[in-house]
Design a protein around this ligand. Structure first.
Ligand SMILES: [Zn+2]
Length: 305
């Protein structure tokens, strides 16, 4: 008996010795962080903000399609979803090109790079890279989209850093602005799952909403360019640092909400319970935050109609 226990403990030590260096050595590259230097806002309420002359245009690309389960992107417990079954489907991966008359071209999310044309996990590394399954046609990758439009990219603003919003950065210039929400880093689980799309980026700037002016009903918002063209809105839920963007285009305001709702699966009862399994508790927190975020976005859209 003692012999068997010793064999097991020797095995455990051997596995730990092999895995530990791999967990430390592998992992997504995370650039040094810096706080985004916010300018003074051009307006303190939405009536004033939306009355300003628009300086930007916005174009949305489909950079490919990613496989998901319906329950990951829709609340199947909602009575309106009663005819739907939880099954796998493909959803578009979007990236948005913002052109500012004076400041040039910026992306909101980076979509996918061309590696997804040859392998369904693209540039994701690690044992569980296969969990990402996306497809792409030639010409849909973000670099081709920008080349086709002769865009000269000045920066990328991310809703969050999940692979389907980040991977395109692999093929994009690194000497430009990279900006995300507070605490956002590329998904990384040692050698099990990692992505190096940000390697070469000298600083990942993050929004600091703690000092941003409140713009009811959306709460703290950052006037990204200081001229009312692009507003960053804190919408935690899908990730803690998730950001939505309001773009005031020449064709009218456009609200880009990223994955704000997706994946927040706890029920309201679970969310209000104080005795939760840690994993459920995490999702409950996500859903609670997501509900606050989505309700404020809905209110904003309805009051602007
Ligand atoms: Zn996501």
């Amino acid at each position: 008996m003692l012999g068997i226990e010793r064999i097991h403990s020797v095995k455990a030590v051997a596995i730990a010795v092999v895995l530990a260096p791999l967990l430390v050595a592998c992992g997504s590259y995370v650039p040094p962080s810096a706080t985004f230097a916010a300018l003074a806002p051009s307006a303190n309420d939405w009536s004033a903000a939306l009355a300003r002359p628009a300086r930007v245009t916005l174009e949305t690309f489909e950079a490919g399609r990613i496989r998901v389960r319906l329950s990951e992107v829709l609340d199947l417990k909602d009575p309106r979803a009663h005819e739907l079954h939880d099954e796998e489907t493909f959803v578009p991966v979007f990236a948005h090109l913002l052109h500012h008359d004076d400041l040039g071209d910026y992306l909101i999310d980076a979509g996918l790079d061309a590696s997804f044309q040859t392998t369904t996990s693209g540039d994701i590394g690690g044992l569980f890279a296969f969990k990402i399954y996306a497809v792409q046609r030639p010409g849909e990758d973000i670099a081709s989209r920008l080349l086709e439009r002769h865009a000269s990219l000045q920066g990328i603003f991310f809703t969050h850093l999940h692979p389907d919003h980040l991977s395109g950065a692999t093929s994009l210039p690194k000497n430009i602005k990279y900006v995300a929400g507070p605490g956002e880093t590329p998904k990384s689980v040692g050698f099990f799952f990692y992505e190096d799309a940000l390697r070469g980026v000298t600083a990942l700037q993050t929004f600091d909403f703690t000092h941003a002016p409140s713009m009811p009903p959306l709460g703290p918002c950052i006037d990204v360019f200081g001229d009312g063209s692009l507003w960053a809105i804190s919408t935690p839920g899908h990730t803690d640092g998730h950001v939505s963007y309001l773009v005031v285009t020449k064709s009218g305001p456009v609200l880009l909400t990223g994955d704000r709702w997706s994946g927040c699966r706890a029920t309201p009862a679970e969310a209000s319970s104080t005795e939760l399994h840690p994993a459920t508790s995490m999702m409950a927190r996500e859903r609670t935050h997501a509900e606050v975020s989505i309700n404020s976005l809905r209110l904003h859209v309805h009051t602007r109609r």
